[in-house]
Design a protein around this ligand. Structure first.
Ligand code: SF4
Length: 569
């Protein structure tokens, strides 16, 4: 074995990349295209950070979405890959919670200057102590090369094939005008100067911004006759000029024009934190607002009483005593023709003994309950959540939060409306363990069913969801879509039918409140149809409970009744 010589690196040391310490090498290779400038931007940042002397345990990197958004994941630092446009508010939260942190926002022009543009200017106005590295490739690269807020006028993109009509944002000017304390722009060709500027920005107090103009040959370049990264670097070489004597507003970018680079702003002014300390001393603002001393809200599963049941079980029992019927068993026997002559849709009971025991109906649900309504886009899930929330808040006088999520598709994607309904103030709106869940699509059922609390209430659309036979949960099948289609002639009111069943079975919102909220929320001219839908769902569930309808006039679901005469939605 060769002896190690003093001062001579070992083979292992030679193989190690000088930036290995800062990179999550297990994540490599990266996803970026050949010729992309992001590798250079990351390398300049890593190098500047290592030279900065900052304690890496006190450094956090926050990225938004898109190609640049991957940076946070490749760095061996505390890193956060946040939602679209929200990198700056996320970073602001980190900094406010822990002023010892050096927080860096590393994101793209689309993320920071389009959807995140408002956050960008307000963080600059407040002079939040953050460093922002904005990689500008003049388009939305990851999502297909669409026109963005920095796309030069006349430049072609996938959504501006004849050339962009708009004037682009000048990022240094925007940052300077809004109040940033340090502003610079370089291309990735100016690697040394870029690294120096990032180094300076990292050590600067206040809102510092470094714009990095970077090639995206795969998309922006392809649309603008620069197919290779080297073409774009050659372009920067020709067109970029370093000017320290220009004002930021003179640094507009034009297609085929000069790219003015340099340091535009380097000033001092009090940061947000300085002003905060001037006002509160060392008191944390959350203490001043007494947020830290509020009692936590206890969320409970639905109560265990079963109103109207002779034998009240000691523990909440939900659903059928036998196996859950499959969607096939809930189809109209004999097909559509037979269905049209059939008896009303009634709660179908398992074959064993024909009894229903323990469908939950708990009256007012303790101090609070989490509720999740989920299905696919176009079913009116979000509207149902809004109605339930409005009913509980406006007419039952309870505290309510509503959070919504849906996929990028306008129709057909998964969506969910999550509510917390409580008698006490709600400090955090995240729903993680719902006590009540309604699933109106198989995908939503599969996605969310494991969140349901152990003794929670699960309602499913009988025809659209096939419950997992191995699941340790009992699902209550409500043929909401079938009632809406066959009884009301409008599939679109299946969500309201389901709200009727939900109200009857759980009373998370009172019947009266839900009815009023529906009337407030549905389009004019459809009130009657929607109220009937609600009543049919309610009646179905009441019958399931063996309670019948309160009102002799209440409509009962009839199978295959054909379109009704109500005004269409
Ligand atoms: Fe880079 Fe463009 Fe590829 Fe994204 S799409 S990795 S910005 S070259």
């Amino acid at each position: 074995m060769a002896e190690e010589l003093e001062g001579v690196p070992t083979a292992e040391e030679i193989e190690r990349h000088p930036m290995d310490e800062l990179l999550r090498t297990e994540r490599l290779p990266h996803i970026w295209c050949p010729g992309c400038g992001l590798g250079t931007a990351l390398s300049c940042f890593a190098s500047a950070l290592m030279r900065s002397g900052l304690d890496l345990d006190n450094v956090a990197v926050v990225s938004g979405i898109g190609c640049t958004g991957r940076v946070a994941g490749y760095l061996r630092l505390d890193g956060f890959h946040t939602t679209h446009g929200r990198a700056i508010p996320f970073a602001t939260g980190l900094k406010l919670a822990n002023d010892d942190l050096r927080v860096i926002v590393f994101s793209g022009d689309g993320d920071l200057i389009a959807i995140g543009g408002n956050h960008f200017i307000h963080a600059a106005r407040r002079n939040m102590d953050l460093t922002v590295i904005c990689v500008n490739n003049f388009n939305y690269g990851m999502t297909g090369g669409q026109v963005g807020p920095t796309t030069p006028t006349h430049a072609r993109t996938s959504t501006s094939p004849r050339g962009n009509l708009d004037h682009p944002f000048n990022v240094p000017n925007l940052a300077a005008a809004a109040g940033a304390t340090y502003v610079a722009r370089w291309t990735v060709l100016h690697a040394r100067r870029l690294e120096k500027s990032i180094h300076k920005a990292l050590l600067k107090q206040g809102f510092s911004v470094v714009e990095v103009i970077s090639p995206c040959p795969t998309l922006y370049g392809r649309f603008n006759r620069s197919n290779y990264g080297t073409d774009m670097m050659a372009y920067y070489h020709r067109q970029a000029i370093v000017r320290q004597d220009v004002q930021p507003w003179e640094a507009d970018t034009e297609l085929g024009g000069e790219i003015i680079c340099g340091e535009f702003v380097d000033i001092e002014r009090p940061t947000f934190h300085d002003r905060l300390q001037g006002m509160f001393g060392n008191l944390h603002p959350s203490e001043d607002l007494q947020l830290l001393h509020r009692p936590p809200v206890e969320l409970e599963a639905p109560s265990t009483d079963i109103k109207g049941s002779e034998a009240t079980p000691s523990k909440l029992e939900v659903g059928w005593t036998g196996p859950s019927p499959s969607p096939a068993s809930l189809s109209p026997p004999g097909g559509e023709e037979a269905a049209s002559k059939a008896t009303p849709i009634r709660p179908e009971r398992p074959a064993q003994d024909g009894s229903v025991t323990g469908v939950a109906r708990g009256g007012r649900l303790g101090k609070g309950v989490e509720v999740r309504l989920c299905g696919f886009g176009g079913q009116g899930i979000i509207l149902a959540g809004r109605i339930a929330g409005a009913g509980a808040a406006l007419y039952d006088g309870r505290e309510v939060t509503l959070t919504r999520s849906y996929g990028p598709e306008s129709r057909g994607g998964a969506c969910s409306a999550a509510l917390i309904i409580s008698d006490a103030p709600i400090l955090y709106p995240h729903v993680s363990r719902p006590g009540v869940m309604v699933a109106m699509s198989q995908e939503a059922y599969t996605t969310y069913r494991e969140q349901l609390a152990g003794d929670g209430v699960l309602l499913i659309d009988a025809d659209l969801v096939e419950p997992d036979p191995g699941a340790d949960q009992r699902a209550i099948p409500i043929p909401a879509t079938r009632i809406a289609e066959h009884e009301l002639g409008r599939r679109i009111v299946a969500n309201i039918v389901m709200l009727g069943a939900l109200t009857a079975l759980t009373e998370v919102v009172s019947e009266d409140a839900m009815r009023k909220a529906i009337l407030d929320s549905v389009p004019e001219g459809t009130e009657e149809l929607n109220v009937r839908a609600f009543e049919m769902g309610y009646a179905y569930a009441r019958e399931m409970l063996g309670e019948g309808n309160d009102s002799a006039d209440a409509p009962r679901p009839r199978l295959g009744g054909g379109p009704c005469s109500e005004q269409p939605l």
